[in-house]
Design a protein around this ligand. Structure first.
Ligand code: SF4
Length: 418
């Protein structure tokens, strides 16, 4: 049940009060007057001149930002919605969501960019994107087998900020800040906590002394919330280590803040090839023209992109939803890479599907869309066993010189082994 509406959706009058986009944004402009927007974070101080404020939200009638501001990633970042009060200015909040905010305490913080919030239908409490970013009471329940660090990452840190689990690759948890906080986050113990430690020099030193490592995945938090020059300084240090062949970034920014994909960022990243990007997508609704443009420009910069998708109940657990997402990813030149079973992180049982749901999705994909569009469905083994692929069984029998196989239509074939 949605509370009384206090905003005007385009073409749909819900009350006599026009909402402002946020308490910060509401200070930005009045009518059509010229506005200066200060941007002290995360980059040095700059201005954007806003000559003609225009409605730039799709779902909210407001003149509190102009296209120049809307398209500026630092404006988006500075104007993130981070409290119940500012969220109420945009959308009706359900009683359950209200209680979840009040119970939040020291839990995972709340933040969402204006851009990403605008993808949510404010009048649909079951909107899939809404479920992933707005707190709900179920977050405060801990189910059996859940823990704050289900993958045992903290135990695999030789240096604060660096997880070394697989022989030839490491995970560099560069920061704890994201532009949007996902309610199912595996690293909810870290993100936004203010307690994450990263010992940069010790990390570079460890990597220099560990020649078995060929591949660094920079993640967090989200590395792309950092200013270009800060990120470049880290990448430069990594590139100076001769045995590091590949550098990857794990990010959700091209999805939740596609404005971050600036020409300057791409020009910088291009200098450090071979460079790859793992991008966190959830739902076909995320593939907007803005995201398409961002991904096409990343591809044009020669950076291969791979998707990572967490399987979430009520969000993307229908086979057709996942199929649509994979097909849309291919169209924007992102290779579907992983579907993850939702990790047993404390307070996420309401998101977790049965493993069979994931298997059914894979069955629905294989043979029905091009193999390019088929990700690997994995369960990240609790306790630190790493990613284990899980797939429907197409090998029905193997032995006595033959393999008995079934195809995607359940027709059975025999292959005679050499
Ligand atoms: S962007 Fe990634 S690290 Fe940040 S909250 Fe979402 S899942 Fe967690």
């Amino acid at each position: 049940m949605i509370d009384d509406c206090k905003l005007i959706k385009k073409g749909l009058l819900m009350s006599s009060t026009t909402s402002s986009p946020s308490s910060k944004a509401s200070q930005l402009s009045e009518g059509n007057s010229k506005v200066k927007v200060s941007k002290t974070s995360p980059d040095p101080y700059t201005f954007i001149e806003c000559e003609r404020p225009l409605p730039v939200f799709k779902n909210y009638e407001t003149e509190k930002a102009c296209p120049e501001q809307w398209n500026d990633w630092k404006w988006q970042f500075r104007n993130r919605i981070t409290s119940l009060e500012s969220l109420r200015e945009y959308m009706p909040v359900t009683p359950e969501e209200e209680k979840a905010f009040q119970a939040a305490g020291k839990n995972l913080p709340f933040a969402v960019t204006p851009y990403y919030l605008d993808l949510i239908n404010p009048f649909n409490a079951q909107d899939p994107i809404r479920k992933t970013v707005i707190p709900r009471l179920a977050e405060f329940m801990t189910a059996a087998h859940e823990s704050i660090d289900p993958l045992g990452e903290d135990a695999d840190m030789p240096v604060p900020g660096l997880v070394h689990r697989y022989p030839d690759r490491v995970l560099f948890l560069i920061n704890e800040t994201c532009s949007v906080y996902c309610r199912y986050c595996t690293r909810s113990r870290v993100v936004g906590s203010g307690e994450h430690r990263v010992e940069y020099e010790a990390i570079y030193d460890y990597l220099r002394k560990t020649p078995a490592v060929r591949d660094v995945l920079i993640s967090g938090g989200d590395p792309l919330v950092m200013a270009d020059h800060k990120l470049e300084s880290v990448i430069q240090n990594l590139r100076a280590i001769p045995h590091l062949d590949i550098i990857r970034i794990g990010t959700k920014m091209p999805v939740v803040l596609p404005q971050r994909v600036t020409d300057d960022l791409l020009a910088m990243l291009k200098r450090y090839h071979p460079f790859y990007m793992s991008i966190h997508f959830l739902h076909p609704d995320e593939i907007t023209p803005e995201v398409e443009d961002a991904c096409n420009r990343i591809a044009d910069a020669g950076i291969p992109m791979f998707s990572q998708t967490v399987l979430l109940k009520g969000v993307n657990d229908h086979p057709e939803t996942m199929k649509e997402l994979m097909l849309k990813l291919l169209k924007i030149r992102v290779k579907p890479y992983y579907i993850y079973q939702c990790d047993p992180v404390q307070g996420t049982s309401h998101f977790r599907t049965r493993v069979k749901t994931g298997m059914d999705i894979m069955e629905h994909l294989r043979g029905h869309i091009t193999g390019y569009g088929i990700p690997t469905y994995v369960i990240d083994a609790p306790g630190g066993g790493g990613k284990i692929p899980v797939a429907p069984n197409y090998l029905l029998n193997y032995g006595n010189g033959k393999a008995t196989l079934r195809n995607f239509e359940n027709n059975v074939y025999e292959y005679f082994d050499a």
